[in-house]
Design a protein around this ligand. Structure first.
Ligand SMILES: [Zn+2]
Length: 118
């Protein structure tokens, strides 16, 4: 995880926050504008839709409000990839439910490991 940090002005943060009406772009949890520290209710960070490391910019078009767990979970995934991951996770959940009893040796946690190593 080598995401470059830049700081945003209050106005920029307000603009970014407003893009989703104050919810996390990814999980749609309500965010609290003034909370930025992990553990605070609704704490959020500015997220790069396309990570700087992957050629994303600091333009507002590429910036989204994200709750801390989504922001940290996402690493350098692009926004599209991450949205797909969310859908995929839902699917995996359904598969897991469906075959839990039939495939006791299969670990669906492998899926998560792959995601984190990338
Ligand atoms: Zn979130």
């Amino acid at each position: 995880m080598s995401q470059k940090r830049i700081s945003f002005s209050e106005e920029e943060r307000q603009n970014i926050f407003s893009k989703t009406g104050g919810t996390c772009e990814y999980c749609h949890k309500d965010l609290v504008f003034n909370n930025r520290t992990e553990g605070e209710r609704g704490a959020w960070h500015v997220d790069h839709g396309i990570a700087l490391a992957e050629g994303g910019s600091n333009s507002i078009r590429n910036l989204w409000p994200a709750c801390i767990s989504c922001n940290e979970d996402k690493f350098t995934f692009s926004k599209t990839e991450y949205d797909e991951e969310f859908e995929m996770e839902e699917t995996v959940g359904k598969i897991k439910e469906a075959c839990n009893n039939n495939l006791p040796g299969v670990s669906f946690d492998l899926y998560k490991e792959r995601r984190i190593k990338r």
